[in-house]
Write a protein that binds this ligand. Structure first.
Ligand code: FAD
Length: 344
């Protein structure tokens, strides 16, 4: 169990605790005897996974006769795949420009809600457009790659960030483009299938991203570089159309100059005349340049008295065609077991 496996929804005196336990969800659903504050404290015992959720009475001196009345979902186990998608009314707290067509949105959860989104997971935004319910997925990111710019409410599960590209001819994003601070959006519980343990076990992380496919890489890069107990190397190979499309270009450059564990390589399909970097679209020869040769890997591993290919994790995210191509080349180059695709 991790903090992200405990979701809390407290409204109108009713509390719903949603606990994600492997492929199942366990619910605690109670109409509480009296009011509580929204200062929840979740403690998870590292070794046993024992989970304690501490709630604070609104009136500390008052004795409750019992905890309250159990509601319909209480004490039920269901498969995650069978859960209803629950939407929460979130409030837009901040908006900033990332590039000419991409924005960073800071969103607060409703009071009484706590949701820490696991690494590599996404949420859905739902909105009614011209009488039709439109739902789109967005990966949860950070406000910045710099440690000093993080907000403690993110760790508490009260605030999260999305980086969204606006398509002028798209269905949902033109509406997102019109939103102002204080506006409300319906955002779902989290969804995804990234297995975090694969990330913790690897020694080399190689990330292939195209355009907004960069979003799941943000937290992976941050997590890696802020973990002082690890010497894991991170390489980002970032595909874009032109120079002005590169998300967080300055942050990535400053990070790579500050850290000897991180490197970034940009590849543009339609660069300007002054571009001296790599050009083109993803292909097998290009991928070979960034993946360690199988023999190199064995040598490195034998140096470190390990021979497991789990030492390397390759991730890809971008338009489906891009992600599938990276997956195919990865397989062709013999890295079948070391690959994760972020797909819908
Ligand atoms: C798991 C997941 C995570 C994602 N995370 C992010 C994220 O973090 N940030 C982000 O910006 N996006 C993300 N996306 C993409 C996002 O969900 C939307 O697809 C995107 O925002 C476009 O939505 P839209 O309704 O505005 O545009 P859409 O109406 O879906 O159209 C998008 C573009 O495709 C074109 N198009 C639409 N239909 C067709 C068609 N049939 N043939 C050819 N072209 C077509 C449109 O003209 C437009 O240019 C993610 C997607 C998935 C599946």
């Amino acid at each position: 169990m991790r903090q992200e496996n405990v979701m809390i929804d407290y409204t109108d005196g009713q509390i719903l605790l949603t606990l994600y336990i492997q492929e199942y969800i366990y619910y605690v659903h109670i109409e509480l005897e009296d009011l509580i504050s929204d200062k929840f404290n979740v403690k998870i015992h590292k070794e046993t996974g024992k989970t304690e959720i501490c709630l604070q009475k609104m009136s500390p001196g008052v004795q409750w006769k019992c905890i309250g009345k159990y509601l319909d979902k209480h004490n039920k186990f269901i498969k995650i795949s069978e859960q209803d998608i629950i939407y929460k009314r979130c409030t837009l707290e901040s908006v900033s420009e990332v590039t000419h067509d991409t924005k960073l949105l800071g969103l607060t959860l409703p009071q009484g809600c706590r949701m820490c989104v696991p690494l590599g997971y996404h949420v859905h935004i739902k909105h009614n457009i011209s009488g039709m319910e439109v739902v789109r997925s967005y990966t949860v990111v950070l406000p910045s790659l710099h440690t000093e710019q993080q907000d403690s409410r993110v760790l508490e599960g009260r605030l999260f960030y999305l980086m969204i590209k606006i398509y002028k001819d798209g269905t949902l994003t033109p509406w997102i483009d019109t939103l102002s601070i204080g506006d409300e959006l319906d955002i779902s519980n989290y969804d995804g299938n990234f297995i975090e343990n694969r990330f913790h076990c690897c020694k080399q992380l190689i990330l292939f991203a195209a355009g907004t496919g960069f979003t799941p890489m943000i937290r992976l890069i941050y997590q890696c570089l802020t973990d002082s107990t690890s010497d894991r190397q991170v390489k980002l190979i970032f595909f874009n159309k032109t120079e002005k499309d590169i998300l967080w270009n300055d942050q990535l450059d400053s990070l790579s100059s500050q850290s000897d564990r991180f490197s970034v390589h940009y590849i543009l399909s339609e660069p300007g005349n002054s571009w001296t970097g790599l050009k083109g679209r993803v292909n097998k020869e290009m991928m070979k340049m960034f993946l360690p040769k199988k023999t190199d890997m064995t040598e490195t591993n034998s140096d470190k008295s390990s021979s497991s290919s789990s030492d390397i994790l390759i991730c890809a995210c971008g338009p489906t065609q891009f992600t599938k191509a990276v997956q195919q080349y990865t397989e062709d180059l013999g890295y079948n077991d070391s690959f994760h695709a972020f797909l819908g």
